[in-house]
Design a protein around this ligand. Structure first.
Ligand SMILES: O=C[C@H](O)COP(=O)(O)O
Length: 253
């Protein structure tokens, strides 16, 4: 059975102290409150990874992920962080292909395919982001557009490797805009992606792939979105910076 996952993407937010407070609050709430088998993944900026991991300790169900990794294994690439370094610090997940990386850092499907392979080769589980712009949505070509992102970056993987990937569907027009996709729009795309995955890797793998929704998800709309058959959780930006909101989203299942 596929896993229910809520991942918090802090993006470029939180000082050291703020990150420590946020993590402590989330970890304590997660331990004290009734969480229905939902994996929480905290994805802070790089310098937070080790201290946040220490605060999480051995609390089952809470895990740590990075927001990016290099496509290179190691070497003279100033400012980059490799999957190998992340893994050596006990990081378990890595977000790859977020639309902000695609747009501001020119990351294309080909580069992202390399990043996914590098992450997997070093034991990290990729949270692979995909999603369409408003123009593409308006033109009605969103489904083939997003399927193409998966084909280009993930369909070279072996079935065994693909099974370790989490998909995050994030319509770009819904990110940080307060304009969330409707639950039906999310379900429609998630179901299409699952069919697409099945066409390449088979029904069993597709049925076991967690597909998360991201884009202005908050405690008010999470329950309806998560109630849809093919929505297995969320990739949360703004609302993951407030412990109560993040926990309420986790408890929306
Ligand atoms: O990675 C998270 C997404 O970009 C969603 O961000 P948001 O919840 O602030 O819209």
């Amino acid at each position: 059975m596929r896993k229910k996952i809520v991942a918090g993407n802090w993006k470029m937010n939180m000082t050291f102290e703020e990150g420590q407070i946020l993590t402590s609050e989330i970890v304590n709430m997660y331990k004290d409150e009734n969480v229905n088998d939902v994996i929480a993944i905290l994805n802070p900026p790089f310098p937070h990874l080790f201290p946040v991991k220490k605060l999480i300790g051995d609390v089952a169900g809470v895990s740590i992920g990075a927001q990016n990794c290099s496509d290179k294994e190691s070497g003279a690439f100033t400012g980059e962080v490799s999957a190998k370094i992340l893994a050596s610090f006990g990081v378990e997940y890595v977000i790859i292909g977020h639309s902000e990386r695609r747009e501001y850092f020119n990351e294309d499907n080909e580069l992202l395919a390399t990043k996914v392979k590098t992450a997997l080769a070093n034991g990290l589980k990729p949270i692979f982001c995909c999603g369409e712009s408003l123009d593409i949505r308006t033109a009605g070509t969103h489904e083939p557009n997003v399927k193409f992102q998966l084909t280009q970056s993930l369909f070279d993987l072996s079935p065994e490797d693909f099974s370790k990937v989490i998909i995050a569907y994030e319509p770009i027009w819904a990110i940080g805009t307060g304009k969330t996709a409707t639950a039906d729009q999310a379900q429609e795309m998630h179901a299409a992606l699952r069919r697409h995955i099945a066409s390449k890797f088979g029904k069993e793998i597709a049925d076991n792939t967690s597909i998360l929704y991201g884009g202005s998800c908050n405690p008010k709309n999470a329950q309806e979105i998560f109630s849809k058959a093919d929505v297995d959780g969320g990739l949360i930006g703004g609302a993951s910076l407030k412990s109560r909101d993040f926990m309420d989203i986790i408890k929306s299942f």
